[in-house]
Design a protein around this ligand. Structure first.
Ligand code: RNT
Ligand code: ZN
Length: 424
């Protein structure tokens, strides 16, 4: 096992860290206060391998996949909320929930184009009790009418209309959450549409998608309640050769129609990172949504690790002074480890990377850069990696009354013993 640090140890390490950062002109208190103000949107779907509650017999489709069979996944909304409650308790700060339409609650099967705010009122009540915002997503996969791989871009007008209606209903539910919770809901449209093999016509499906989206977004909703986002993708399982909603498609669509652009870290070529895209896109779009994820060799949606890619994303947001314009959501699903731990590890990593970014002496780095001293810039960037950021993080966790270091695993292990291991 490991020895837990005492409060006195955490505090004295923090005092030393504060001086080290101070020497670079970085105010650790400002960094921590900023970190405290940033909500991360936790995705409900890590808790049950993207199954949802619509119909337990429906498998996951749409070219995404959760692998693993770790025991204890949530099978009811009550279980999922209890698991989420524990996760939020182990993460410093106040965070949001990112909910999919397939997580509705009803005693009978509701057609996707007939979902109503009422099917989500337990989620709204729970969020209200916990002072959480909710973000939302229409679910255009795991459904018989999506089984051939096409939804909003479907050749069949009836099927297209069905999905258009679903998206319209989802936006209304987003607005309902926004109104009820007093914070705008980002409703993100992602569709799986695409071809496994060489298409003969890349244009027509995109024209159909454009037209369908125009219909979905026809009604203006108050941005204080609902913000519309669109998510691009490069390929999926079974849509390797062509994805209708590509990056260029949605970038253009978002620009032309004033939508929030969603960038998922796993939705580009393996060596292409979304960090470099932020400053470019933020010059032309008021707001963006991130799906922070980790692809290993493909868009595998691994739990977010504290790696260079993650740090680069957070650095870009902070350096571009755009925390208020970037909605940070998570998107990973690992069924091979404890699912609550997956949320906690991934979210704490996102926050740790954000804190590292906030602790950068940006003025100094820029000074070196602007004076052409690229040697100094590199030396400082490398030096920063050795500063005692961990001591600031530990102190921040202590001050926010959440477990410091590995101690968060103690609570997860006892929850697993008492609750998760007893689930059928
Ligand atoms: C799929 C997209 C999408 C989904 C969720 C479940 O590749 O990343 O965001 O992961 O809607
Ligand atoms: Zn995503």
């Amino acid at each position: 096992m490991y020895d837990q640090p005492t409060e006195a140890q955490i505090e004295s390490a923090f005092d030393i860290a504060r001086e080290r950062y101070d020497a670079f002109g970085v105010d650790v208190d400002v960094a921590m206060a900023t970190l405290r103000s940033v909500p991360i949107s936790l995705h409900c779907w890590q808790g049950d391998d993207v199954a949802g509650f619509e119909d337990p017999d429906r498998g996951l489709s749409g070219g995404i996949m959760a692998t693993g069979n770790y025991p204890g996944k949530a099978r009811t909304p009550q279980q999922l909320r209890a698991d989420l409650d524990l996760a939020y308790d182990l993460i410093p700060g106040d965070h949001r929930l990112n909910l999919h339409a397939s997580y509705l609650e009803s005693d009978k099967l509701i057609a996707r184009n007939e979902i109503q705010p009422d099917h989500f009122h337990s989620w709204a009540d729970w969020a209200k009790d916990n002072n959480r915002g909710i973000d939302f997503n229409p679910t255009l996969f795991s459904h018989p009418l999506a089984d051939d791989g096409f939804t909003l871009a479907h050749l069949d007008e009836g099927i297209r209309s069905f999905w258009i209606e679903h998206c319209i209903a989802a936006r209304e539910i987003g607005a309902y959450f926004g109104r009820e919770l007093g914070t705008p809901c980002v409703t993100n449209v992602w569709i799986p549409d695409g071809y496994k093999d060489f298409p003969a016509d890349r244009l027509a499906p995109r024209a159909r998608l454009k037209d369908a989206l125009d219909k979905v977004f026809e009604k203006r909703l108050d941005p204080a309640h609902n913000l519309d986002a669109v998510e691009c993708k490069l390929f999926g399982l079974g849509s390797e050769s062509y994805v209708v909603g590509s990056h260029e498609f949605y970038l253009a669509y978002a620009l032309a129609n004033d939508k929030v652009l969603c960038l998922d870290a796993g939705h580009f070529h393996p060596t292409e990172t979304i960090a470099d895209k932020l400053s470019a896109v933020l010059l032309f779009l008021p707001e963006i949504l991130l799906h922070v994820s980790r692809g290993v060799r493909w868009d595998s949606d691994h739990v977010v690790a504290l790696n260079d890619d993650l740090l680069a994303i957070m650095q870009e947001i902070v350096r571009a002074d755009s925390l208020s314009r970037v909605h940070i959501g998570l998107d990973f699903f690992d069924a091979s480890i404890n699912r609550v731990a997956a949320w906690v590890i991934g979210t704490r990593n996102a926050l740790r990377a954000l804190l590292m970014a906030l602790l950068e002496p940006r003025h100094l780095l820029r000074q070196y850069e602007d004076s052409g001293d690229f040697t100094g810039r590199l030396a400082l960037l490398e030096e920063l990696k050795g500063l005692p950021f961990g001591a600031v993080w530990d102190y921040y966790c202590l001050s926010q009354d959440v477990p410091v270091g590995m101690t968060f695993m103690d609570e997860i292990r006892s929850y697993e013993r008492e609750i998760l291991s007893k689930r059928a």
